[in-house]
Design a protein around this ligand. Structure first.
Ligand code: SF4
Ligand code: SF4
Length: 317
């Protein structure tokens, strides 16, 4: 998040959200920090967005991951999640570990690490996956929740405005793939499929969004996509520098439905554009001033209902 540029983290922090607990960023420590967490949950019960980074350890009563101590009690991530989830309006898992277990749940996973959705089976968790996740992926997800409510998600709970398209279909090297021109080593000329690119089974908008201030992305210097946004990462997307196995059949159209279950929608780019307009018009700040989200929905729906297409918000603007 601190690597975000448009808007930058400072602007987002000061104008869009009221960040009440984030242990790497807050000044408070120890019991003072824990008290801030419970106070925030109590004061904003039913309205707060719970954002979770990191997998949840479930073995040994969750003791492999602790977030703090209070009055002699050790708070595990598991216990904190179980206490905070009921009062949360929305739950967002940020990063592939929080979304699906990720590297923290890789074999042998002695800590029993799981993604948040696997722990909270009765809640719809929004997954902003990635290892690491692009700063925009969390920022856009939060902005969508603030402005429009719950975003449309794919089979794995990822917002389709960000994860709705396959890396391979957006890649600047697709014509090389189609022409059978393949790199033999990283940095070599041609598509990197044969040296292990997982772009054909990976969904995200890296080719158009790019990283580090839109400087580049994984495949641009002729290296590979390692599939970092996928539930199968890393156990099944590795070894990274080995060609994909049977799960990908060249010539077929693969989407999130055929790889898993659920709905796929093409709305890439809409949110970023809508957000820019809303930001300039001050709409986000007005919403953050405390107007309950139910009142924002003019058609009478609750934002826990399936959302309207993101374009609808832009039309209202
Ligand atoms: Fe691009 Fe990888 Fe697909 Fe080749 S296999 S076109 S490098 S995404
Ligand atoms: Fe992750 Fe692939 Fe995007 Fe790189 S290109 S950040 S490995 S999804």
């Amino acid at each position: 998040m601190m690597n975000a540029l448009e808007p930058d983290w400072g602007e987002f922090l000061n104008q869009a959200i009221d960040l009440r607990y984030c242990n790497p960023l807050m000044a408070a420590e120890g019991e003072q920090a824990m008290r801030a967490l419970w106070e925030a949950a109590r004061e904003t019960e039913g309205r707060y967005i719970l954002v979770i980074e990191g997998a949840i350890s479930t073995a040994a009563d969750g003791l492999y991951t602790t977030i703090g101590e209070e009055g002699g009690r050790v708070w595990t991530a598991l216990a904190a999640l179980e206490r905070l989830a009921p009062g949360a309006r929305h739950i967002v898992a940020v990063g592939t570990c929080a979304s699906f277990g990720g590297i923290a749940a890789a074999t042998p996973n002695v800590a029993g690490n799981k993604g948040v959705g696997a722990v909270l089976r009765d809640r719809r968790v929004i997954n902003a996956s990635g290892c690491p996740p692009h700063p925009d992926w969390l920022m856009v997800t939060l902005a969508h929740l603030i402005l429009y409510g719950r975003p449309e998600v794919d089979a794995y709970g990822r917002p389709t405005i960000l994860y709705g398209r396959r890396i391979h279909d957006q890649c600047h090297l697709l014509s090389f793939y189609d022409s059978g021109i393949f790199a033999k080593y990283p940095g070599d000329f041609g598509c990197t499929y044969k040296i292990g690119c997982k772009g054909p089974i990976t969904f995200a908008d890296c080719p158009s969004r790019e990283w580090n201030g839109r400087v580049s992305w994984c495949v641009e210097p002729n290296s590979i996509c390692i599939g970092c946004t996928e539930p199968t990462f890393p156990d099944q997307t590795g070894p990274f520098f080995e060609q994909l196995g049977d799960q990908y059949v060249p010539g077929t159209t693969i989407n999130a439905d055929t790889l898993g279950l659920g709905i796929m929608a093409a709305a890439a780019g809409a949110c970023a554009i809508n957000l820019a307009g809303s930001w300039r018009s001050g709409r986000l700040a007005r919403h953050m001033a405390g107007i309950p989200s139910e009142e924002r929905l003019e058609d009478g729906t609750h934002d826990h209902d399936p959302p309207a297409h993101p374009h609808h918000g832009a039309d209202e603007d």
